[in-house]
Design a binder for this molecule. Structure first.
Ligand code: MCN
Ligand code: CUN
Length: 793
């Protein structure tokens, strides 16, 4: 499907070679859909042993003793590792990506249900599992803490008694913004709108769970680890620090990934123990996480409570914002996020609105739940930020008695107001917010729908419309402000053009399904005029890929993608020298068109990029280094700021509370689109996840800290049956600082989508009737809202 609207000859040339703007078919899908992918569980090494993890059945308990003798008695069991044994090698605890510590295997206490207590390594995975079952752990139960309220209550048991100076269950207290200015704004307000919200804990649930195969070779001292990671270079650094092995002796290979969605960013205990086991046994050790293990123990998303306030003027202008969040981090503060920002980029809220003052105070707490917090297509908690923002906006418009769309329009940053300083201090650089909203409202038939809604109400039918508009920061970093554990967030790309004009491109990003193998080649095609089919893309092997911070926070196109363009431009610059030599003119006399240099005064005299490539190996001018390769490191000047306007209409069955999506219109502006089809796929996938969170997904815990939702019977994934249809539109505002004008898009729909669904249901019930229904907006909650006129959580 070709979606180029201005069909000029340049665009047609790009389509022909599969360059920028071409909806090129995803090259990786051929192997994926034929079952020919090479995932972690497909990797089999000679002599490989298998590891299983014994997990804690209790949420909070002291470990009195662990008896492993019965496990060792099972033939085929080779090694049993406990926290005590890890401690003798100083590996019982490891640092997290947020300057906290996390138990690798529990020594003193278990702090959440599902925590790693011991590992058994055996000849096959079944024996290893038998071994786990034979281990006898004597626990002394302690009172579990399952929510922030309990955690912060007077006299509540201390979860992190392992930390020397920890006196309570507070992981951090953090604030940002202008407190005094915000107080002044509230003092001047005609009206203050308040709302309490909870973004529940949810789980990314990639098709493939996590796993690792560690292979330590004593004779070369080299450690090779196949591992499910969105950021292999960070893992290499972490392993080097944790295991005290030199970096050049560590090779992390992240093979094909069956989805990540943020689940595969952290470093998990299973990785670390499999590595130690391989070093001790001098044979490869494989650990494959099962689904329950994944759901109860690995990186979750959200779990944030908000008290939000907006200071409003009668005419609809927002004068100030106050946000007060409490986030539940589980037993360890293990979020992966930029070091400076304790609650991620939550303070990107209200970036699309022209608000003079804002203040955010954020408190993170420990509870007896699995750690994580930044996962599930969130871009460092931007998901929560935008959900809170758009729910606050809807409530405020209602308090003012103002039309939802009009309220947004009145407060939008205007097209000519860029660069714009957001109320919390980010700098946004481009966007056409009003236009995007207009396109969405037009597509959904806004005025018409409002009339229908009135009419329907008189007939006892409940129709609703929800809007969500937001600009979000994608693409950390710029190394001045963004780092993880001090490692600056830039990226790199390496391009090698062979003599026949075919090329290999490598980056430090790691695609998990986003289609980098397709789109990076398109960027090279656009810059060099090589057909994208002639460019192979490789990611995920730290021995061959140049350094990079990995794929998350939709940072690949903004950072690694920019590095790809810059590396290709270096190759083009060198090709120009070769072309000048071949054409016997000076470089200044040459012009460039897609794939060809020609002499300005004689356009018929030219050489193709392929001829330049051959010359780089066979006919280079004196003094010019042979070969045609380039590496570029890219440190972006700013984040990219895509915008989205999502509008959803729903109808509720008043007898049951079941709601159906009538229509969903999505207008995304992610700047220049490299591959429109892939962008649309990202948006549809993200909207489906948004729908899932709004409608069906949450992981809850009972009062004992038992995880309710550790399987797909309880934790629901949307299938084609439930998933609504979407109508997609685009607006293009190029990113002013990105080399090809692209902005990130991978998370836009998951970030902006949920509020559109929830706003629509609340609107259908009637804002006068109910202020809020917490996600997931289950039928019983909706029914309660209809019949009892109350807030429902
Ligand atoms: N793209 C484009 N034009 C643009 C922007 C992006 O053609 N203007 C293309 C890119 O080239 C890339 C894809 O869209 O092929 C997504 O790009 P980008 O927005 O840069 O996001 P990332 O590649 O960094 O992907 C990360 C993002 C995150 S953080 C999560 S979580 C997530 C998501 O992507 N996980 C996914 N989408 C996913 N999609 C799949 N299939 N699987 C996951 O695990
Ligand atoms: Cu937060 S999930 Mo994605 O950034 O890997």
């Amino acid at each position: 499907r070709c979606r180029v609207s201005t069909v000029d000859s340049r665009a047609l040339d790009e389509i022909k070679i599969g360059g920028m703007g071409a909806s090129r078919r995803r090259v990786e899908d051929d192997r994926f859909i034929r079952g020919k992918g090479n995932y972690i569980d497909d990797v089999v090494l000679p002599g490989m042993l298998h590891m299983e993890i014994l997990r804690s059945p209790l949420a909070h308990a002291r470990i009195k003793s662990i008896d492993t003798s019965k496990a060792y008695a099972i033939p085929g069991v080779r090694l049993v590792l406990t926290g005590e044994m890890m401690a003798t090698r100083n590996l019982a605890w490891m640092p997290t990506l947020s300057y906290d510590t996390q138990a690798v295997l529990a020594t003193d206490k278990v702090r959440f249900q599902g925590q790693e207590v011991a590992c058994v390594i055996a000849d096959d995975p079944y024996l290893a599992k038998d071994g786990c079952e034979a281990i006898v752990v004597d626990y002394e139960p302690l009172p579990p803490i399952v929510n922030p309220e309990q955690a912060l209550a007077e006299g509540s048991p201390l979860i992190r008694d392992d930390k020397e100076n920890q006196r309570d269950n507070v992981a951090f207290d953090w604030e940002v913004g202008d407190r005094d200015g915000t107080d002044r704004a509230f003092a001047q307000a005609d009206l203050v709108s308040e709302i309490d919200l909870h973004y529940p804990r949810s789980h990314p649930s990639p098709l493939e769970c996590c796993g690792s195969i560690a292979d330590f070779n004593r004779s070369t001292s080299k450690l090779t680890v196949y591992l499910t990671s969105q950021a292999p270079h960070i893992v290499r650094a972490a392993v080097s620090l944790i295991a005290e092995l030199p970096e050049h002796m560590i090779r992390i290979i992240s093979p094909d990934l069956g989805g990540g969605f943020g689940n595969k960013v952290p470093v998990y205990p299973g990785y670390v123990v499999s590595i130690l086991a391989s070093i001790l046994l001098e044979t490869p050790v494989k650990w494959i996480e099962d689904r329950s293990g994944n759901l109860i123990s690995t990186g979750f998303g959200r779990d944030v409570y908000l008290h939000g306030e907006l200071a409003l003027r009668k005419d609809g202008r927002i004068l100030g914002v106050r946000m007060n969040t409490v986030s539940d981090h589980g037993a360890f503060f293990a979020d992966a996020q930029p070091s400076k920002f304790k609650i991620g980029l939550m303070h990107s809220a209200f970036a699309c609105y022209d608000v003079p003052y804002a203040h955010l105070s954020a408190r993170g707490v420990y509870t007896n739940k699995a750690p994580g917090g930044v996962a599930y297509r969130c871009s460092f908690r931007v998901t929560e930020a935008m959900f809170f923002q758009e729910r606050m906006v809807q409530a405020a418009a209602d308090d003012l008695g103002m039309d939802q769309a009009e309220f947004r329009r009145v407060n939008f940053v205007r097209d000519d107001d860029f660069p714009h300083r957001t109320p919390y201090g980010f700098l946004t650089d481009s966007g056409q917010y009003g236009k995007c909203l207009d396109v969405a409202l037009e597509a959904v038939g806004y005025e018409d729908f409002l009339r229908q809604q009135q009419q329907a109400r008189q007939e006892g039918r409940l129709l609703g419309i929800g809007i969500s508009t937001m600009t979000e920061p994608l693409g950390a970093g710029n190394s001045r402000e963004y780092d993880i554990l001090g490692i600056k967030m830039f990226d790199s790309a390496e391009l090698r053009v062979h003599m026949t004009g075919r090329a290999i491109l490598r980056t430090g990003a790691r695609t998990q399904g986003q289609g980098h193998e397709t789109t990076w080649a398109q960027i090279v095609a656009h810059e060099l005029g090589l057909p994208s089919a002639d460019v192979v893309v490789e990611e995920g092997d730290t021995d061959t890929a140049p350094f990079g911070m990995g794929t998350y926070a939709s940072r690949s196109t903004p950072v690694a993608g920019a590095a790809v363009a810059m590396a290709a431009r270096k190759v083009r610059a060198k090709s120009r020298k070769l072309a000048a030599h071949l054409l016997e003119v000076s470089e200044e006399d040459l012009e460039w068109e897609l794939g060809r240099f020609y002499v300005r005064s004689a356009p018929e005299r030219g050489v193709s990029i392929q001829e330049c490539a051959m010359a780089a190996y066979s006919n280079m001018p004196d003094g010019l280094e042979p070969g045609l390769e380039a590496t570029a490191f890219y440190d972006p000047p700013n984040l990219t700021w895509p915008f989205a306007a999502y509008v959803c209409t729903v109808e509720i069955d008043p007898q049951t509370g079941v709601w159906d999506v009538l229509n969903f219109v999505a207008v995304d502006d992610c700047g220049v689109r490299i591959n429109p089809m892939i962008v649309e796929g990202q948006i549809m996938g993200g909207l489906t996840e948004a729908y899932a969170m709004a409608n069906m997904q949450f992981i809850t815990f009972d009062s004992e800290g038992n995880c309710v939702g550790s399987n797909f019977m309880d934790y629901l994934l949307p299938t084609a049956w439930e998933t609504p249809g979407y109508e997609l539109h685009e607006v293009v505002t190029p990113c002013p600082h990105h080399p090809i004008g692209a902005k990130g898009v991978g998370e836009c729909a998951t970030v902006g989508g949920p509020a559109a669904f929830v706003n629509a249901v609340v609107n259908a019930v009637g804002e006068a009737q109910v202020r809020n229904i917490d996600m997931p907006v289950l039928p019983d909650r909706v029914y309660q809202a209809i019949t009892q006129r109350c807030n429902v959580s």
